[in-house]
Design a protein around this ligand. Structure first.
Ligand code: DP6
Length: 313
């Protein structure tokens, strides 16, 4: 069974867990699913022994076996063959599209298909942000109230067709990140003095971003996205030891985005747990924004909103 899922970029960030084992978030979040890039994953349920191939290389990632156990604790050995058409593990949301595609392909391969909500819950157990990649367009991930997490799954705010925005992605380093998100979030929760205000602000920021999307108001959406980004990175920077995902090119790109805005071009920046800068803008502005960013980046890409995860027959 084969499934495809797209990465998503958070417009309001998920950073922190209230339940680490279940990946229940400390803050709600909201994202745009990216068209263009994708993870494709094929699952064969019942083989000789567990095997996981990523981009053609056999990997020893204990998260995959543990994830499959959630589908069936008495499962047979399973083969997972996955490939990304974008850099893996560099803060470009490869774990999001990866676990979204795996949740969909594996639950069908096991003969246990689920509702979209339950598939999103399953993907969340692999990686929190993966729950958002099950759906297309503009997607929220609420906190939920069930201690088991059955209601902490993605909800579509608006389909891709609602608003044809662009995310210009400037890749400054394609290597894997120094500190993984799970470890980084726990460090911020335990040590950042900004933690309580970060958690307190989350619900209001998601509400503000949702209404900006509904109204197709890019200035409002860009402002809240940038604010969420800088507040998240402030909790990272004020952790002990500090989490600094930025490189000098990251800072150069941020100044470029601010300079574009000073010239009246609608461009707003976001970064995740990596050095890449992603810029939200109208489709018509994407070419000149890409040209302005290109001198500071290894490569640039432009993506619009994408569709939901789906089976490929
Ligand atoms: C910075 O979903 O990768 O990209 O749940 O521990 O697997 P785990 O973390 P992950 O965290 C992504 C965090 C982020 C912001 C976001 O995507 O909301």
């Amino acid at each position: 069974m084969t499934a495809i899922a797209h990465p998503n970029i958070a417009l309001v960030k998920y950073w922190g867990k209230r339940d680490v084992a279940r990946n229940l978030p400390a803050v709600p979040s909201l994202s745009m699913t990216l068209g263009g890039w994708r993870t494709r994953t094929t699952v064969t349920w019942g083989v000789q022994r567990d095997r996981f191939l990523l981009d053609g290389v056999v990997r020893d990632d204990p998260r995959v076996g543990r994830f499959l156990d959630h589908i069936d604790a008495d499962r047979p050995p399973v083969e997972v063959v996955s490939d990304n058409d974008f850099p893996t593990g560099a803060g470009l949301a490869s774990s999001a599209s990866g676990f979204a595609a795996l949740a969909l392909a594996a639950s069908h391969a096991a003969g246990r298909p689920r509702s979209p909500e339950a598939t999103s819950v399953l993907a969340r157990l692999g990686s929190g942000s993966a729950c958002r990649s099950l759906l297309g367009g503009y997607v929220a991930w609420p906190l939920g109230t069930d201690p088991e997490g059955s209601d902490s799954h993605a909800i579509q705010i608006a389909p891709a067709s609602h608003w044809d925005l662009r995310m210009v992605v400037a890749v400054v380093d394609a290597g894997p990140k120094a500190t993984g998100s799970t470890e980084g979030m726990e460090r911020s929760r335990r040590t950042s003095p900004l933690w309580s205000s970060w958690v307190a602000d989350g619900p209001g920021e998601v509400a503000e971003a949702s209404s900006a999307i509904e109204a197709r108001d890019l200035e409002r959406l860009g402002t809240v996205m940038e604010r969420s980004t800088f507040r998240m990175h402030a909790t990272m920077h004020t952790s002990t030891p500090p989490l600094l995902y930025w490189l000098s090119a990251t800072v150069a790109l941020l100044h470029e985005v601010f300079a574009l805005r000073a010239r009246g071009i609608g461009a707003w920046a976001t970064m995740d747990a990596g050095p890449q800068v992603k810029v939200l803008c109208e489709a018509a502005d994407a070419p000149r924004i890409e040209s302005a960013l290109a001198p500071h980046a290894l490569e640039t890409h432009v993506h619009g909103p994408g569709g939901p995860a789906r089976l490929q027959r």
